[in-house]
Unconditional design. Structure first.
Length: 431
């Protein structure tokens, strides 16, 4: 992957509805960077990395933790569930992965509490057919509290009396909602307080002033990789609202979530899957509700790393990806899971949406129209050869090369790497 751009600070973003394979790509890129920063989201994310046939699923800790002598940072844009974090640390250490001075957590990151998860589950259960498809990890309610200025941050844990007063007040308000709106049981502030005071002692060694840490890293000319969670089409502003996540997924969110100047992000690398998937509710024009969709799901292992839910599968949606490329200002892309299409005789690419007499070649902001849009397809011939063993450009079948070239032409962007399997070594560099 080393080229003229490697070594500049890079932001890695997903260009679809998440699950593009970012975790593996971060793991590969980490070799060329000193610091890896997770800048948004929470434990609703699931990054899967396979190294020497050993599988790691990470929800909060950046995928760079699997490499030695790298710093991993959880930025202030992340909402952190300390229980999940500590479980992840225990699991990694159990697999002989070092987690110690190489992990940094922002002292001003907001905390996910049990009442966030409870509210997430209760409110989602009430929505019926209008479910968003939340992971029920409490992420949305935590971000809601952050914006409502009632959130509790990591640093608050280290001031027990202050933390107690803040927590009592928040739980009192949440209990009114639980009892009056949902006829549910109250939460105990005391149980939560005792639990989180224990967490405070365990996470304290990792907590620091991330703004100062990042400023020092920039001044020391450290190479920084910014790792996004979810996908751009789930961005709170530019995704398929309201079927979105609650944070700024796109590259624009990296500076805010990491506590650095936008000037310090030099390169934006997008990740996109060779077809399209989506978890949960929301419009999906190129979805395949047939045997082919089921084949893609099974061959691609399309089950949520966080929830285990089956992902919805469909043809590559170039309209949606073009939108994501524009919003992020992506410089180039990585194309993942090419091998999942190996058996297909014909492959389709969605190049436009038709709604009544109108044709969209740009992603519509009209969410009411999107579910009714009919995809317009360009067809290319499949290669019907096993690509999972490819390791260099000369191995690529001519029809697979044509598919890649066609995507590049439609999207107006260069594909610089292919991923053809889950393992770290299953890649082909195209530059």
């Amino acid at each position: 992957m080393e080229n003229s751009n490697t070594g500049t600070n890079t932001c890695l973003v997903g260009l679809q509805w998440g699950d593009e394979g970012k975790g593996k790509i971060v793991d590969i890129l980490t070799e060329f960077f000193d610091i890896i920063v997770r800048y948004q989201g929470g434990s609703n994310a699931g990054h899967t990395v396979v190294v020497n046939n050993e599988k790691f699923v990470l929800h909060l800790i950046p995928s760079g933790i699997l490499r030695k002598n790298k710093y991993c940072v959880i930025g202030s844009g992340v909402v952190m569930d300390p229980r999940q974090l500590l479980e992840e640390i225990t699991e990694l250490r159990g697999k002989n992965i070092e987690v110690g001075g190489n992990l940094r957590i922002s002292e001003i990151a907001h905390l996910v509490f049990p009442y966030h998860k409870k509210l997430d589950e209760l409110s989602e259960g009430e929505k019926g057919d209008e479910k968003i498809g939340t992971t029920r990890r409490g992420i949305g309610p935590c971000y809601t509290d952050k914006m409502a200025r009632t959130g509790i941050r990591v640093s608050d844990l280290f001031h027990p009396e202050y933390f107690k007063q803040r927590l009592k007040k928040v739980v009192e308000e949440k209990n009114k909602i639980f009892v009056r709106l949902f006829n549910a049981d109250e939460s105990s502030w005391k149980e939560i307080y005792d639990e989180y005071c224990e967490y405070a002692e365990q996470i304290k060694p990792f907590v620091c002033n991330v703004v100062a840490f990042m400023d020092n890293a920039v001044k020391s000319k450290k190479k920084i990789l910014f790792e996004g969670a979810q996908g751009s089409l789930l961005d709170v502003d530019y995704g398929t609202y309201p079927f979105i996540t609650s944070s700024s997924v796109t590259a624009g969110g990296a500076a805010v979530g990491a506590g650095i100047s936008p000037k310090q992000i030099h390169r934006i690398l997008g990740v996109m899957k060779s077809y399209t998937t989506r978890v949960g509710s929301g419009p999906f024009p190129s979805e395949l509700n047939n045997e082919l969709g089921e084949h893609l799901r099974k061959k691609g292992g399309e089950y949520g790393a966080t929830t285990g839910r089956p992902r919805r599968c469909g043809w590559f949606d170039a309209v949606a990806v073009k939108h994501a490329i524009m919003v992020n200002g992506a410089d180039s892309v990585v194309l993942t899971k090419l091998d999942v299409l190996d058996e297909q005789k014909t492959i389709k690419i969605c190049t436009g949406y038709k709604f009544g007499n109108k044709v969209y070649d740009l992603f519509p902001t009209d969410i009411a129209a999107l579910p009714e849009c009919q995809p317009m397809y360009k067809e290319v011939s499949g290669w019907q050869k096993d690509t999972s063993m490819m390791r260099n450009m000369n191995d690529i079948p001519s029809n697979a090369r044509n598919y890649i070239n066609t995507l590049e032409k439609i999207l107006g962007i260069k594909v610089e790497m292919l991923s053809v399997g889950p393992d770290r070594g299953q890649v082909v560099n195209l530059v």
